[in-house]
Ligand binder design. Structure first.
Ligand code: SF4
Length: 223
C-alpha cells in the first residue's frame, strides 16, 4: 500500500487505487504529451482522465502494480501534488494569446514554476499570474497573486480557497517583471522566517498584520 506522495500518487476514495497528476508547467501541453497520456490511459485501462483546477491532467483509478510502469512510460515529472511546498503556479495566456492581456503572465508563470515549484516552505503555497485585472488566473485567491496592468504588475498576498476562503490584499503595484521577481523572493523569505508550521500566508498576515510585512520589505503605503 502506498501513501499520499509516494511515487507521486494520491490515494483514491476506494482506498485501493491511486491518482497521479504529472507536472505540466502552467498547464501548457503539446500534442505529443496528450497522445502519450492517452496511450498510457488506454494501455493500463485507466478509468478516468480529469483536468484539475491546477491545470494538470490527473490519471485516476490506477492499480498499485501499474504505478511504476505508468511513470516509466509517461517519462514525465511527478511534480508536487501534495506536501508543504509551492504547489501549483496557475497562469492565464496573457499577452501570448489573449487580446485583453496587458502583461506576459504565461512567461512570468513559467519562470515562477521553474524557480519555485516544489520549494519547501512552512505551509502550502499557491501562486497565480493573470495578464490583466480580469484575473482568469484566480489571482486574488492565491497565497501570492500577480495581476498585469498597463503600468506593470500588481502583487496580491494572502488569498486562499478552502473552508475559510480569503481574498488577498494588494502589497505592491506598478512594478516591472524584474522587480516582481525580486519582491517574490523577499516575500518567500519573510514567509519562511515568520509563518508557523502549516500556516498559510493569509493567516500569517492576519496574525502579524500586513503592515509588518510591508515594513519588513521596505514598502511604503503607496507601493
Ligand atoms: S486575465 Fe486577462 S489576459 Fe488573462 S486570460 Fe483573462 S482576460 Fe485574458
Amino acid at each position: 500500500m502506498l501513501n499520499d506522495g509516494d511515487k507521486g500518487v494520491v490515494i483514491q476514495r476506494d482506498r485501493q487505487t491511486y491518482g497521479i497528476a504529472p507536472h505540466v508547467p502552467c498547464g501548457v501541453v503539446t500534442p505529443a504529451v496528450l497522445r502519450k497520456i492517452a496511450d498510457v490511459a488506454e494501455r493500463y485501462s485507466i478509468p478516468m482522465l480529469k483536468i484539475t483546477s491546477a491545470a494538470r491532467i490527473a490519471l485516476l483509478g490506477i492499480r498499485e502494480e501499474d504505478v511504476d510502469a505508468i511513470w516509466n512510460e509517461l517519462e514525465m515529472d511527478p511534480g508536487n501534488v501534495v506536501g508543504i511546498c509551492v504547489r501549483s503556479i496557475k497562469a492565464c495566456p496573457g499577452t501570448t494569446y489573449c487580446k485583453r492581456g496587458q502583461q506576459d503572465s504565461l512567461g512570468l508563470g513559467m519562470i515562477l514554476d521553474d524557480k519555485y515549484h516544489g520549494l519547501e516552505l512552512p505551509g502550502k503555497m499557491k501562486i497565480g499570474v493573470s495578464g490583466c485585472p480580469n484575473q482568469c488566473g484566480e489571482t486574488s485567491f492565491k497565497d501570492i497573486g500577480l495581476v498585469g496592468t498597463a503600468k506593470g504588475w500588481r502583487v496580491y498576498v494572502g488569498g486562499n480557497g478552502g473552508t475559510s476562503p480569503r481574498i488577498g490584499e494588494i502589497l505592491a503595484q506598478r512594478i516591472d517583471t524584474d522587480a516582481a521577481l525580486q519582491l517574490l523572493d523577499r516575500i518567500l523569505e519573510y514567509y519562511r522566517a515568520n509563518a508557523k508550521p502549516k500556516e498559510r500566508m493569509g493567516r500569517m498576515i492576519e496574525r502579524l498584520g500586513l503592515e509588518h510585512l510591508e515594513e519588513a520589505l521596505g514598502l511604503g503605503s503607496d507601493a
